[in-house]
Design a binder for this molecule. Structure first.
Ligand SMILES: [Fe+2]
Ligand SMILES: [Fe+2]
Length: 135
């Protein structure tokens, strides 16, 4: 069973952002599947790298749009992105050095973070973009 189920509730109504969020959900579900399967550390590490890489790409997409449309709440939003990136990079290092595993707690953290961020900050940003005619 998937960790996160995509539903319309998670849609923010901006096509490019929704597509990237769906891809992120897929990647996090993939990481969860590898964890459940008890896959080896080097595999987990590679799968986590891919999640981190795509997350970075996604944050860049949103932040470019913030700059393009002069989003007034960009500082707070970017700060949330930076916090997650720092946490993820820290986890990558711990995993690579053998000081941590990807646990169910890690997965729930990622799930909560993503859902909370999409429903809060990303929805607010998407509403702003829609007010500027983006769809
Ligand atoms: Fe965001
Ligand atoms: Fe997002």
């Amino acid at each position: 069973m998937s960790l996160i189920t995509w539903s319309d509730q998670l849609s923010v109504g901006i096509t490019e952002i929704d597509e990237q969020h769906q891809k992120l959900v897929q990647l996090i579900n993939g990481l969860h599947n590898h964890m459940v399967a008890g896959d080896a550390k080097d595999i987990m590490s590679k799968v986590l790298d891919r999640v981190v890489q795509y997350t970075g790409f996604h944050f860049e997409t949103e932040e470019k749009l913030m700059q393009e449309y002069d989003y007034p709440a960009s500082a707070k939003h970017k700060h949330e992105h930076a916090d997650l990136v720092n946490t993820a990079v820290d986890l990558q290092h711990k995993l690579k050095s053998g000081n941590a595993h990807i646990t169910m707690e890690t997965m729930h953290f990622l799930q909560d973070w993503l859902q909370h961020h999409i429903l809060g900050s990303d929805k607010a940003f998407a509403d702003f973009l829609k007010s500027k005619g983006v769809n």
